[in-house]
Design a protein around this ligand. Structure first.
Ligand code: HEM
Length: 377
């Protein structure tokens, strides 16, 4: 049998000095890392949309404790408690269906956490390959832990709007980091040298997008989706009566003011009005950028997708209002926002490579010593 190590090129003296016998990771490890990154990226997107489904089906308190369900690993063991809660409050926050929805979201979140631990470990082992700092994978790991903590506080703080909105925004932040991690692994056409400070504009675009996501989260976590039922006016006026001070008071329970009174209609109108009108600034800014790059090599694909997603976001936002908040459309509106984050970050990554030679993707990143030796004649 052929000895593969004998045919491999010798390690350079510098490499040997750095880390003993053979510091170079295997191509298998790199392939596993890439698979994990793409899978975790996909799961993050799904989890964000499933989170919207949890909230829209009112399942957030389907298991009112944490991390288990009435102290059990699954709702199967909590049947007695769930039945008792249902008897006490037939239309309350607890039912077997809601408990399962809530627990599936928690299992998927825990699974994503495990995948990200594995990604961070692989990234550490791959750290000696060029351009492969494990710092970003480390940030993703910290972010998923913080996100898990906000998931727990969502339950223990009884769906406090500030906590639930932060949970949503952090979820989008996690998706942004995962997108950057995945974009590093994907080859793309070289982008010409950045004309007109495109990178700075895209950073601004992502900042306003995140602000819009936070405003949207504030609408949904305060249940203000139907506070204005007409469009483009609201209650028949361009500037309806609104109470911004109450609407944007951050430290209060669900449906309450900080004084403990019920939240007013004017406060809900302010919350809804701000989100729908700020949307036009977001759509205009991102729309102009995407239009400008729709034919630029290396940017054209994501730029066109961005244009399509902006149109879809406007459509699902309007449909939510006109058709009185259908579940599927509301989940799609959430998914559309996640799609905008994903495409926006992809554009930023590519702009950050503008004017540089195409970054090696799958094809050329294999460590040379692990390529198969040539077949013997
Ligand atoms: C770039 C544009 C937009 C973005 C990025 C965006 C983003 C979001 C996000 C992230 C949410 C929270 C979803 C959730 O918690 O599951 C939301 C909620 C909402 N948005 Fe938008 N939105 C945009 C435009 C619009 C427009 C134009 C309208 C209406 C004219 C609209 C109406 C709504 C409504 C009614 C909700 C509450 C839905 C619910 O409670 O499930 N949005 N938006």
């Amino acid at each position: 049998m052929m000895d593969r190590t004998a045919s491999a090129p010798a390690a350079t003296p510098a490499a040997r000095d750095l880390s003993g016998p053979d510091p170079r990771p295997s191509a298998g490890l790199l392939a596993r890392y890439r698979k994990l990154v793409f899978l975790a990226w996909f799961l993050t997107l799904d989890l964000i949309m499933f989170g919207a489904f949890v909230r829209l089906t009112d399942s957030g308190l389907g298991c009112p404790d944490w991390p288990g369900c009435y102290g059990h690993f699954s709702p199967l063991g909590a049947g007695e408690h769930i039945r008792a809660a249902l008897e006490a409050m037939p239309y309350g926050p607890v039912s077997a269906f809601k408990a399962w929805i809530e627990m599936i979201h928690r299992y998927a979140g825990a699974f994503l956490g495990l995948m990200i631990i594995a990604i961070a470990l692989c990234a550490w082992r791959l750290r000696r390959l060029p351009d492969r700092s494990p710092a970003l994978a480390g940030c993703v790991l910290v972010m998923v832990c913080v996100q898990g903590a906000f998931g727990a506080w969502t339950v223990t703080h009884r769906l406090m709007p500030l906590v639930v909105t932060t949970h949503l925004v952090l979820g989008m932040g996690l998706l942004a980091l995962m997108t950057w991690l995945a974009a590093r692994e994907k080859a793309h056409a070289p982008v010409p040298a950045d004309p007109g400070a495109g990178r700075a504009w895209m950073i601004l675009g992502l900042a306003v997008l995140f602000l819009q996501v936070a405003l949207g989260g504030w609408v949904s976590t305060n249940y203000a989706a139907l506070a204005c039922m007409d469009f483009p006016t609201c209650h028949g006026a361009w500037l309806p009566p609104m109470d911004f001070r109450e609407g944007y008071a951050l430290l209060r329970g669900l449906g309450q003011l900080s004084s403990g009174e019920l939240i007013s209609q004017d406060a809900l109108t302010a919350i809804h009005w701000t989100h729908r009108n700020f949307a036009f600034l977001v759509i205009a800014l991102l729309g102009v950028l995407a239009w400008r790059w729709r034919r630029t090599p290396g940017l054209a694909g994501p730029a066109r997708l961005l244009l399509a997603l902006l149109a879809l976001q406007l459509l699902t936002g309007l449909t939510t209002i006109f058709f009185q908040w259908p579940l599927l459309i509301a989940v799609m509106h959430n998914g559309g926002a996640a799609g905008l984050v994903l495409v926006g970050v992809t554009l930023l990554w590519r702009l950050s490579r503008a004017g540089k030679p195409a970054r090696p993707g799958r094809e050329t990143h294999e460590p040379p010593h692990d390529r198969k030796p040539p077949k013997a004649a």
